[in-house]
Write a protein that binds this ligand. Structure first.
Ligand code: KDO
Length: 336
């Protein structure tokens, strides 16, 4: 072997040692960090997807090097609705859980799945950041083994149709295959609106609308934009039927392993994330209708009072209402 090839081999070996030792150091460093895997069906361009980066950045600033935050969007880690079970099994540390998924395990929470209960985002924040939220989240922690850190406003849900039609009252939605997420709590809301509720995961809605396996879907307007449902629909009906929320939650196993200072920092970061989402979503909702008109969608205002009465009556006579604690609805209504 000549001198230069021996030198080459020596340099190669040295580079390998540096590579291996750097890799090992990085792995050890990552291991010493607290892993926070986040799973959500949200699409990257939606505010409740972007809010996770706000959480990650806030933690990087307040607790540098302490957390390894991994964000999985588009339901790429767990399918929609499977997150609470994944957290219970120890396979997931954080998510934003919907009232509908909470209601499966904390039946009284179904009051927040009912249409026309929460009035607007401000009302929602007051309810969940006050004594009602405190009681509810205590029940969530004991029955679901997760701790809710903050409440994100997902937006006010509206009906979005593939083909335009006249929709004044719930009777006008008769026979319309309205896609809802796949649980009985969601399907009940779709039926209460007068439609034929059809279960489908969020990730399949675009294609379902495009091919016509469903006639309609319901979501807040920023999501209709972010998921591009406006490309495959012709009409929005502003029913305002649900002031929807998502609850930023961490598995208790993870939460209990944190120091008091880390708990404070994670709570702060979750609040900052929700605030970012809420501010942007409220701002966007106030101006987004024009965007849909420009895209050629018909935007109709139905008889919201007729929808409110029909939906409220459906819930009032349902089994859901039977487990709502006495006086809770009044306390929610009285929250100002
Ligand atoms: C949906 O599937 O319609 C829904 O809006 C339900 C919410 O609870 C939430 O899961 C949301 O989708 C996803 O985060 C996607 O925006």
């Amino acid at each position: 072997m000549n001198v230069s090839s021996r030198l080459g081999r020596l340099l190669g070996a040295a580079a390998f040692v540096v590579f291996v030792s750097t890799g090992t150091t990085q792995a050890a460093f990552a291991q010493s960090k607290l892993l926070l895997r986040i799973s959500t069906p949200a699409v990257p361009d939606d505010w409740h997807a972007k809010m996770w980066t706000v959480l990650k950045d806030a933690l990087e600033r307040s607790a540098p090097g302490q957390f390894d935050v991994q964000i999985h969007l588009n339901a790429s880690l767990f399918k929609q609705g499977a997150e609470p079970a994944a957290m219970a099994r120890g396979n997931l540390e954080m998510t934003s859980v919907s009232a509908f998924d909470i209601a499966k395990l904390v039946p009284e929470f179904s009051i927040f799945t009912a249409g026309y209960v929460l009035r607007d985002p401000e009302h929602q924040q007051k309810v969940f950041n006050g004594p009602i939220g405190l009681d509810m989240f205590r029940a969530v922690s004991s029955k679901m083994d997760v701790t809710v850190l903050s409440t994100a406003y997902l937006g006010t849900r509206q009906v979005n149709l593939r083909e335009a039609r006249t929709v004044r009252t719930p009777a006008d939605l008769k026979g319309v295959k309205l896609r809802m997420p796949g649980s009985k709590e969601w399907l009940f809301l779709g039926e209460a609106l007068g439609a034929t509720a059809t279960p489908l995961a969020f990730g399949e809605v675009y294609l379902g609308l495009k091919t016509g396996t469903i006639d309609a879907q319901d979501n807040p307007l920023p999501t209709v934009r972010a998921a591009k449902f406006y490309e495959v629909t012709r009409q929005l009906v502003l029913t305002n039927h649900l002031v929807d929320g998502l609850f930023i939650a961490v598995a208790n196993k993870t939460w209990n392993a944190l120091s008091a200072a880390q708990k404070d920092k994670l709570t702060e970061a979750a609040r900052a994330a929700a605030q970012f989402n809420n501010d942007n979503r409220i701002r966007e909702e106030a101006q987004i209708v024009e965007f849909f008109r420009q895209q050629g969608l018909q935007v109709s205002i139905p008889d919201v009072e007729a929808f409110r009465q029909t939906v409220q009556a459906a819930y009032a006579r349902s089994d859901y209402a039977k487990v709502w604690p006495a006086g809770l609805l009044d306390r929610i209504n009285a929250t100002r």
